[in-house]
Design a protein around this ligand. Structure first.
Ligand code: SF4
Length: 485
């Protein structure tokens, strides 16, 4: 599968996608399809656990793409049953770049009342403290993944059944978590009290599905029912349907606004809004806020495309495919030699010279992280004979790291953390550089009055530096929060 963005090393990366199904024959096959549709949320490894009354729990965990592993009939026959969950991962805190197969989820625990498997999207911000405490009390960890803390906390709970043990465990966990889990008979879904990471419910025949995004429900032919609410736990069986529990103190939700900008697939629905339409609206707001005299609006493919369409529509400047992406640029071709690797961007993208030559070009991208690839794109456009290059960015400057399940460079590596907008413009060598404002972004996602500064409606910490959950492990490691204004 091609990467979600041609410059994967200069983008924030969502670290996980989760999917689960109950009440359908060969549930693991549906989970494999769901994970395939969620591959943009993690390409490093994937895993599936299933349960069958006669064969018990079975699992398979593999490095690489879902399509290269979980399409083998031989493998899928080892995962029988009408109940299964799965996970795709980029890599979690603790093992970046050195993932072992034991770090690949779902994790499994055997309890006195039966087994349970669990898969987690997000990041536990007090995982170091929990891990220390659990190890002191005798827990033996088998992976470097923070998510394993949940299994150990469940093992120590005195509650009578697994859903109640999970409630107990998750009350100790801070940070962002969307969870799918399973027992021998139940599919369980949970979102953290702020609902930072997504989780949706679908109906398929007599069964049910849980997914990070609605696009994965579409692929299995499931009907989208609703989002799991922030702070809600659902316990689902084929016989009794969906039971909803509220284990946490109610709080105002703070969904990740970057899901709208980049992480989620444009064919998904978030909060009853099409992600594509929201991104197009971001382009409209961007054009209103940052007009420029130009001849052509081009997206940086593919993630900048809907915003570029919106920018062109609002500004009246013609839209064109000034940069063409090579759809078949896979990993295998990049690997062999240093010489080929050094060709970098040109292997993945080519400029449409006939369109660009002599034009004043507005380039629309979703974000600027380190800025390394923005410079390369600008060079390609100028080499092709563009008269001017104007960057328009569909998110505010990314100046703070994310601690809620998104891989971000250290703060000092973020261009916007060390430079003003004008300094960034000079550094990138473009004629103009403008970002959408936070208020503009909030308007585009449906908040007509913009951002409520006293009580923001979303998590926007990577732009604002205002973290809805204190990143306690990182503070212990010396991370400096933004000074109060
Ligand atoms: S810090 Fe940014 S990427 Fe992370 S959850 Fe918040 S909005 Fe999303």
């Amino acid at each position: 599968m091609p990467p979600a963005h041609p410059f994967d090393d200069d983008k924030l990366k969502e670290e996980c996608g989760i999917f689960g199904v109950v009440g359908v024959t060969d549930a693991a096959n549906f989970v494999a399809l769901g994970l395939h549709a969620l591959q943009h949320r993690g390409q490093e490894a994937g895993g599936i656990v299933s349960h069958h009354p006669d064969h018990g729990f079975n699992s398979a965990r593999r490095f690489g793409y879902v399509r290269d592993n979980f399409t083998s009939q031989k493998l899928m026959e080892t995962l029988p049953g009408e109940l299964a969950i799965g996970h795709v991962r980029y890599s979690t805190a603790g093992s970046k770049g050195q993932t072992q197969i034991r770090d690949v989820q779902p994790f499994f625990g055997e309890f006195s009342m039966g087994g349970a498997a669990i898969a987690h999207n997000g990041n536990i911000t007090n995982a170091d403290a929990l891990r220390r405490e659990l190890i002191e009390r005798g827990s033996i960890f088998q992976s470097s993944s923070d998510s394993e803390c949940i299994i150990h906390l469940m093992a120590r709970s005195l509650q009578r059944n697994i859903p109640e043990r999970m409630e107990d465990a998750l009350r100790r966990v801070e940070g962002a978590f969307s969870v799918v889990a399973m027992t021998r008979t139940k599919l369980i879904g949970v979102r953290d009290p702020l609902g930072v990471r997504p989780l949706v419910l679908g109906k398929i025949g007599d069964g049910w599905a849980l997914s990070s995004e609605t696009c994965a429900l579409d692929i299995i032919g499931a009907e989208y029912v609703r989002e799991i609410d922030p702070g809600e736990m659902v316990v689902i069986t084929a016989e009794h349907g969906v039971e909803s529990i509220r284990p946490f103190r109610p709080q105002k939700s703070r969904f990740c606004i970057f899901e709208h900008v980049y992480f989620s697939r444009p064919d998904s629905i978030i909060g009853d809004r099409s992600v594509y339409e929201t991104r197009r609206q971001i382009g409209v707001e961007l054009a209103r806020e940052t007009p420029v005299d130009a001849d052509l609006v081009c997206p940086v493919p593919d993630s900048g495309t809907p915003a570029a369409i919106g920018y062109a529509y609002e500004s009246g400047i013609p839209y064109g495919m000034g940069i063409i992406r090579n759809q078949y640029m896979g990993r295998t071709f990049i690997e062999p030699t240093e010489q080929i690797r050094n060709m970098g961007v040109r292997l993945k993208l080519n400029v449409n010279r006939a369109l660009i030559k002599g034009k004043r070009v507005v380039l629309v991208d979703d974000s600027v992280v380190r800025g390394t690839t923005s410079r390369k794109i600008k060079e390609m456009i100028l080499d092709a004979g563009a008269a001017e290059v104007h960057f328009r960015i569909a998110s505010p400057p990314t100046a703070w790291p994310c601690f809620y399940g998104v891989d971000t460079p250290q703060r000092e590596k973020l261009l916007a953390a060390t430079m003003s907008e004008e300094e960034m413009r000079t550094h990138l060598g473009v004629d103009s550089l403008k970002f959408i404002s936070l208020d503009g972004l909030y308007r585009a996602v449906g908040e007509a009055s913009g951002r409520d500064a006293k009580s923001p409606q979303y998590c926007d910490a990577c732009f604002s530096g205002e973290y809805p959950v204190e990143p306690s492990d990182m503070l212990e490691k010396g991370f400096q929060m933004k000074a109060a204004e």
